[in-house]
Design a protein around this ligand. Structure first.
Ligand SMILES: Cc1cc2nc3c(=O)[nH]c(=O)nc-3n(C[C@H](O)[C@H](O)[C@H](O)COP(=O)(O)O)c2cc1C
Length: 224
């Protein structure tokens, strides 16, 4: 976030300037790129006074300062909200993507095999330890392809006019508890896999960009 501090006082280093300096320091310590340059059109003292048609320079300085402080407050405040919002969005977004994938029942997972895209149906999806996971077998080509190039794309359609396309990087998680969690989420998988079989593998998705689409042309991106 960039802030421009405007000093309307003709006396750069007096009260208004000192106050501005403090505000700029404060804004910078909160991470804003703040510039406290004094504004002196034509390099003349009192120019703002003239521009304001006879309003006292002290009044002008106070007004400008007040406007700046309000702006700084709003900007810094909105920044803080934005950060909080991002955090919430990310969790809410992951849950939304998870719930949507689940509601579709199955999805299609695309990998890259050299210069050839490969796509197949998948169904496993779960949130574990704050991340979105899928499950596969190490013996499968899909796993070998993700090991060579972890970039994947997923597409799920709900059969009712809404779909999501998810771009992500698949990351192996070798933790036994993560594998067990997935098997417990999909008990039917226990016929084929166990957490200790050296085949079952779970992967979480990172750098996720999930774009929801509808036939009416609406689209929205969720990132986490
Ligand atoms: C509805 C459905 C869901 C599936 N879900 C998964 C899954 O979550 N994980 C998996 O490894 N295979 C799953 N499969 C099986 C894979 O599609 C299949 O093993 C495929 O051949 C794997 O791709 P590959 O041949 O490129 O390795 C599913 C199949 C279907 C029909």
């Amino acid at each position: 976030m960039k802030l421009l501090a405007v000093n309307g006082s003709p006396r750069k280093t007096m009260n208004t300037g000192l106050l501005l300096e403090k505000i700029v320091e404060g804004a910078a310590s909160e991470g804003a790129a703040a510039d406290g340059s004094a504004l002196h059109p034509n390099g003349e003292h009192g120019t703002i006074k003239q521009m304001m048609n006879g309003v006292g320079s002290v009044k002008v300085a106070s007004t400008v300062l007040a406007v700046f402080m309000l702006t700084a407050f709003i900007v810094m405040g909105s920044d803080a909200f934005a950060t909080e919002d991002k955090g919430q969005k990310s969790e809410v977004g992951m849950q939304e993507v998870h719930d949507f994938m689940k509601s579709c029942g199955q999805y299609f997972l695309a990998t890259v095999d050299g210069d050839q895209p490969k796509v197949r149906p998948f169904g496993t999806v779960a949130i574990y330890d704050g991340k979105l996971y899928i499950q596969t077998g190490k013996k499968k080509d899909v796993f070998k392809q993700m090991a060579r190039n972890p970039k994947i794309e997923i597409c799920a359609y709900d059969g009712k006019g809404k779909w999501v396309r998810i771009q992500a990087v698949a990351v192996n998680d070798d933790r036994r508890e993560a594998k067990q969690f997935m098997l417990d989420s999909y008990p039917e998988l226990k016929k084929m896999y166990s957490a200790d079989d050296n085949n079952s593998q779970v992967l979480f998705l990172k750098d996720v960009k999930a774009r929801f689409h509808t036939f009416t042309g609406e689209s929205r991106t969720v990132e986490f």
